[in-house]
Design a protein around this ligand. Sequence first.
Ligand SMILES: [Mg+2]
Length: 95
Amino acid sequence: MPVAYESHTEDIKNILRILGPIKQLDKTKEELRELIDAIDTLNQDNITEEIADVEIMLVQLKAILGVSEAQIHIAKDRKIRRTLERVRGGYYETH
Ligand SMILES: [Mg+2]
């Protein structure tokens, strides 16, 4: 049975209210760069930390821009379907 984790969404939105959108947009870019650098290390602990940071910032980015979970879900559906169609159609080289 999967463990149900608390989403932290309200606490994260409180952080955004305190620090403000301008600072947090910059912070989002900083955390994305840190995740890119972490991926290059292939260090699982480092990557885990940076994924957490980025996920926290993505909650704030969506709140700043008023992007809903439904909009994200629809975009994911479309992109996943398109990628699977391309994979099946031989568009990508597979390993
Ligand atoms: Mg970080």
